[in-house]
Design a binder for this molecule. Structure first.
Ligand SMILES: Nc1ncnc2c1ncn2[C@@H]1O[C@H](COP(=O)(O)OP(=O)(O)OP(=O)(O)O)[C@@H](O)[C@H]1O
Length: 605
């Protein structure tokens, strides 16, 4: 029977000792792993700044304190199960000895321990989710910011080995990184502590057993470890292919999901071509790969789970089998017998943690690889060449600019150009001569460039042929990339009317997929409205009036010239009517050659 008058004190001492040991052990092991192993360094790269307290920022201590709190609950949980196991021993021994007072005391202790265990489970659940959610928020912010900075999200496609599915890495991997780290680390500490505590109990309960004429001392402990180690070895062999299959499942599902998204995003074009047959074929091929892998998973899991069930059946009886002769010989009590069973189960459970952790750890390392791979790709994308910038410029200055195709063939060679504020340039050339690529180079998006480009300090706006409209209200679409409340309501309405979209004024605060709702011509007019609102110092129009008639094109350009007299404009377009709106032209002749000249006579006409 547990003597509760002294047990609480012993428990406190045990908690203090075990907690200190675990905290110091985890710290030392953590430092060694973070320095010496690849996965440790990857972990620290992702999580280090979150867990390192910063001077003068009291809230930065919170993550570390929460980890220490969770560690305490883990240690506390192990102590609770040890106490429950000892109390169970007393309870069954009291039953055997028909000792009601001891039995009822054990029942009372059971009730108190159960209540504490429930409270502990609820608090641990809350604190661990609190930590996981906060950590996920922080990591998500870091990864998204890194992906967006220096236009890595776009230029990433030009690096030697572009990463696949960045959206999955950000959405799914960040989440599993934070939750798996917690499960693995606390699980490992809990399993080790359980192993030590319950091995001590097994040690106390076990005695010598004769096996084929040989006396095995402390037989239960030796049999427990031998059995579980052999069982674990087989389980690893049977379960190993699951790691690769699970990894493949994620990749194949992501690819299938992406192909479905493509159909949705391009629904109109597919419907107009009547391309459903081809699309369905493609979707079925991808889906078949998902199913083939799923069957492979089912067959492998069938073996793995069948084996696990077999092992747990054996674990459920082995301790009783080994201890029964000693119980019948009166060497141990009934309580000792049942406690042997639960202690054996605990030792087996904590050892099986290492077996499961082996699989979990493999997918955890894959998560670390995917996340740090994304950060590396972002860094490589940012390191790709951009045109050099020289000093300040009021208009646009270009010196010795070379623009190439990815294969190295020149599109524009040694381009020198100077536009003063308010000057307009039209870029012409046959299709594929490099007009759009030149604009990309000037914007710093195209990495195959050399030379010097100076742009104004103020805002520069690029208007593409198919203007991008963000998800949200029509107001946010017209003010993009400025926030939707950046301009007074009357200014937004006036601009809408100016670009002949006055009929949309009443829908300004409606949230819709405006990208698919508006016609291409309306989107192009909206883009002109944006320019009028943002009043940039320099605008690039890349075939921005291709969906409009010549009258509308002329009116929009005239509006820009009238409202923004200090804004420099570079337009790309094929239409001869564009010459009337511009004073200078640059003609790309192919293979790097170009000429430039004046269009003043055209504009006078
Ligand atoms: N991401 C890319 N990867 C490889 N080649 C590219 C890429 N983008 C453009 N190119 C190539 O660069 C060349 C120039 O393309 P660009 O779009 O600049 O031509 P353009 O003069 O604007 O043509 P158009 O008048 O038809 O719009 C083309 O041969 C094109 O195939």
């Amino acid at each position: 029977m547990i003597d509760w008058s002294t047990e609480w004190y012993r428990t406190l001492l045990w908690l203090a000792g075990a907690y200190l040991l675990c905290a110091i052990g985890a710290f030392v092991l953590g430092v060694v792993l973070c320095r010496r192993t690849r996965f440790g360094r990857q972990f620290w790269r992702l999580a280090g700044p979150y867990f390192t307290p910063r001077r003068g920022d009291r809230s930065s201590v919170r993550p570390l304190l929460t980890v220490l709190l969770l560690l305490f609950f883990t240690v506390f949980g192990v102590r609770l199960s040890v106490l429950a196991s000892n109390n169970g021993n007393a309870l069954y021994t009291a039953l055997q000895e028909k000792d009601p007072p001891t039995f009822w005391r054990a029942i009372a202790a059971y009730a108190v321990l159960a209540l504490i265990a429930v409270a502990q489970a609820v608090v641990v659940y809350y604190v661990s989710y609190l930590q996981t959610i906060r950590w996920r928020q922080w990591t998500n912010r870091q990864v998204v910011t890194d992906w967006l900075s220096g236009t890595a999200y776009h230029r990433g496609r030009f690096i030697a080995e572009p990463v696949d599915n960045p959206e999955q890495r950000i959405q799914a991997d960040v989440s599993s990184f934070t939750s798996d780290t917690q499960t693995l680390v606390l699980g490992l500490i809990g399993a080790m502590l359980t192993l030590v505590s319950f091995t001590a109990i097994l040690w106390r309960l076990s005695g010598p057993v004769d096996v084929g004429g040989i006396t095995v001392p402390k037989a239960l402990v030796i049999i427990a470890y031998a059995f579980i180690l052999v069982a674990t070895w087989f389980a690893i062999r049977i379960g190993r292919p699951l790691i690769r299959l699970n990894f493949l499942a994620e990749r194949l599902n992501a690819s299938y999901r992406y192909s479905l998204t493509r159909v949705r995003d391009n629904s109109e074009a597919i419907a107009l071509y009547g391309g459903e047959g081809v699309e369905e074929g493609g979707l079925q091929t991808r889906f078949s790969a998902v199913i083939a892998n799923q069957w492979a998973l089912v067959w492998r899991n069938l073996k793995f789970q069948g084996y696990n069930v077999l092992i747990s059946q054996v674990v459920g009886i082995i301790a009783v089998l080994v201890q029964a002769p000693r119980y019948f010989a009166g060497q141990i009590t009934f309580g000792d017998l049942t406690q042997s069973d639960t202690a054996f189960g605990n030792v087996a459970g904590s050892l099986s943690f290492f077996r499961n952790a082996y699989d979990d750890f493999a997918s955890y390392r894959a998560t670390l690889d995917r996340l740090t791979g994304l950060l590396d790709a972002n860094a490589q994308a940012r390191a790709l060449p951009v045109p050099l910038r020289s000093g300040r410029s009021n208009g646009l200055e270009v010196e010795g600019l070379d623009v190439f195709r990815p294969g190295g063939e020149p599109l524009v060679s040694r381009l020198d150009l100077s536009l003063v504020p308010g000057e307009w340039l039209l870029v012409r050339g046959r299709s594929g001569s490099g007009k759009t690529t030149l604009l990309r180079g000037l914007a710093g998006l195209w990495p195959y460039v050399r030379g010097v480009v100076s742009r104004p300090q103020g805002q520069v706006v690029f208007c593409a042929q198919q203007p991008y409209l963000p998800l949200g209200t029509l107001r946010s679409a017209i003010t993009y990339p400025a926030p939707e409340d950046a301009f007074p309501d009357h200014a937004v309405r006036r601009v809408l009317a100016d670009v002949q979209l006055g009929h949309l004024a009443e829908h300004l605060d409606e949230t819709k997929d405006w990208m698919t709702t508006l016609s291409p011509g309306e989107r192009q007019r909206l883009a002109f409205g944006r320019v009028l609102l943002l009043q940039p110092d320099l605008v690039f129009f890349d075939e921005s009036t291709s969906a409009l008639d010549e009258g509308m094109e002329h009116a929009l350009y005239a509006l820009v010239r009238e409202r923004l007299p200090r804004t420099s404009v570079v337009s790309v377009g094929h239409r001869s009517s564009l010459g009337a709106s511009h004073r200078r032209e640059l003609v790309l002749l192919g293979q790097g050659a170009w000429t430039s000249g004046s269009l003043v006579r055209d504009s006078a006409s």
